[in-house]
Design a protein around this ligand. Structure first.
Ligand SMILES: NC(=O)c1ccc[n+]([C@@H]2O[C@H](COP(=O)([O-])OP(=O)(O)OC[C@H]3O[C@@H](n4cnc5c(N)ncnc54)[C@H](OP(=O)(O)O)[C@@H]3O)[C@@H](O)[C@H]2O)c1
Length: 485
């Protein structure tokens, strides 16, 4: 379809995805049921729409995206959610940063919404990215500071048994140490798909009075999960709480990944939470279920729409009471410093693990809403916020344009000026005309930044798809010259 449009010289200016809307007589399944089918109709279909449009319009103006959804956001604190639809909020928050759409918006419809109110949203192409229409009210998200008042209960039960999925990963060790440091002598079962050995960690946990074990268990494998829970219960008693950390990084930018690759991000986070809910059904009730989610839910993350979306589904599941536990908490963490999956992206930056571990215990000891977001400030002190309250806000300011990197005497060629941008971004000084941006260390994130700098420097708006198709300095300079001509 997009190819036909392109051959006719047409390009869609607005993409609309309304594939998750149901009819008035369609019943709803309980939260967490048919996650795969709902993700296929929602996140996967909307991503594919954008992917195809971006391939067809490479180098041309980017279209806008409007997602019309229902049950994707919770305004009142008790709106029924269809958790898979929440994935669309993270997609919308990510796509503009990946430079494949000009604007992306999601309008979530509740009951008694007037057609003219929806029509107004459809016309407002650059409006608030996330809007919930409920009756004659219009809601947009804000984060409000959350004062943590300590509760009366200890964060853990003395000698309690806790399952830490993803406990073999970077943050798994941090969480295990924080739990052991309570002095409550917990039994900690740390799992991953592989039983990665951590002798030093186990020794440190034992010194703090904890009993810790490592076990291999894929959290989406219900048989393995049931066998693990049976074995742990037989040896230590029933599991009292779960810290759900199992997760994998995203599969890359929407334009260049695929539905099959993106599906992997949803496995441990979303399908894992549902598998845990099923595995614990019929067992003694859990005191607590704590999910490790990410701020990418609230901010999007270039190169990780699937990761952000999987976290959004996890948040929505926990808000909907999946799994069941006396205390439910999902925390949208910022990037952590020098530990876990964020290290290769941004070493040395982020939340200090010791402070993060302490904040986790503070959150456990306090009364909090089911979803809490953590901000990391420059002084290193993390702060909890409540992302559920909603009110009208001003749109976020656009980042200031980056100054051009060249500045010599005579007129510089396009390739020279472009080379200066590459040097500034990649830190490489010797860049030949046939050098390939990605061979020099460029990745999808620097690609987005480069195309933004190209826009500022040359005044031409090339999409990143053009860079992937023309990755050498000379070829990209040629594309710029063609657009300038
Ligand atoms: N690091 C950060 O900056 C950051 C920020 C915000 C949120 N988070 C969240 O915190 C959690 C832990 O992250 P991390 O940084 O510690 O990542 P990590 O070091 O990559 O650890 C991920 C853990 O998840 C396990 N895992 C993956 N798929 C699994 C599956 N299907 N079943 C069971 N275990 C599975 C991995 O073990 P195997 O590979 O052996 O399966 C590993 O133990 C993640 O959910 C992440 O989204 C992290």
């Amino acid at each position: 379809m997009f190819r036909t449009l392109r051959e006719r010289g047409d390009a869609p200016a607005l993409l609309v995805h309304a594939g998750t809307l149901t009819g008035p007589d369609d019943g709803d399944t309980p939260a967490g049921d048919d996650l795969a089918g709902q993700l296929a109709a929602g996140f996967a279909a909307a991503s594919e729409l954008v992917r195809q449009a971006s391939r067809a319009s490479a180098g041309g103006p980017r279209p806008d995206l409007l997602v019309i959804s229902e049950r994707a956001v919770d305004v009142s604190g008790h709106d029924p959610l269809r958790p898979a639809n929440s994935a669309l909020t993270a997609l919308v928050r990510t796509l503009p940063a990946e430079d494949v759409v000009a604007h992306a918006r999601l309008v979530d419809l509740g009951d008694f919404v007037a057609a003219r109110d929806l029509a107004e949203e459809v016309r407002d192409r650059a409006g608030d990215p996330l809007v919930a229409l409920r009756g004659d009210r219009r809601w947009v998200p804000v984060e409000r500071p959350l004062a943590l008042t300590p509760g009366t209960d200890a964060p853990l039960r003395e000698g309690g048994v806790y399952l830490v999925t993803g406990g073999t990963g970077g943050l798994g060790g941090v969480v295990a140490k924080a739990l052991a440091g309570t002095g409550q002598r917990p039994v900690l079962i740390l799992t991953g798909r592989k039983a990665t050995p951590h002798p030093e960690l186990l020794a440190e946990l034992a010194e703090s009075g904890a009993t810790a074990e490592i076990a291999a268990c894929d959290v989406v494998d219900r048989t393995a999960l049931t066998a693990l829970l049976d074995d742990v219960t037989r040896r230590h008693g029933p599991v009292n709480g779960v810290f759900h950390l199992a997760g994998v990084a995203g599969s890359g930018m929407v334009a260049f990944t695929s539905t099959a690759k993106a599906a992997a991000a949803f496995e441990p986070k979303a399908h894992g939470a549902v598998a845990l809910a099923r595995a614990f059904a019929g067992r003694p009730p859990l005191d607590l279920f704590v999910a490790f989610s990410s701020r990418s839910v609230l901010e999007g993350v270039a190169g990780g729409a699937d990761y952000a979306a999987a976290n959004a589904v996890l948040d929505a599941l926990v808000r909907s009471g999946v799994p069941t536990a006396e205390r439910l908490l999902t925390v949208d963490w910022p990037r952590w410093k020098d530990v876990g999956m964020g290290v290769p992206v941004d070493p040395g930056a982020g939340l200090d693990p010791e402070r993060g571990g302490a904040l986790l215990l503070e959150l456990l000891a306090a009364r909090t809403p089911r979803q809490v977001a953590v901000r990391h400030f420059a002084d290193g002190r993390p702060t909890a916020a409540h992302p559920a309250a909603r009110a009208r806000t001003a749109p976020a300011p656009r980042p200031a344009p980056v100054a051009a990197a060249h500045g010599g005497a005579g007129p510089a060629t396009t390739a020279d000026r472009l080379g200066a941008l590459w040097t500034a971004l990649l830190g490489r000084t010797e860049i030949t005309h046939d050098a390939d941006f990605f061979d020099l260390g460029g990745n999808s994130l620097t690609a987005v930044e480069l195309m933004s700098r190209v826009r500022d420097e040359f005044g031409v708006d090339l999409g990143i798809v053009v860079l992937f198709d023309h990755p050498t300095l000379e070829a990209l300079a040629d594309q710029i010259d063609r657009r300038e001509a």
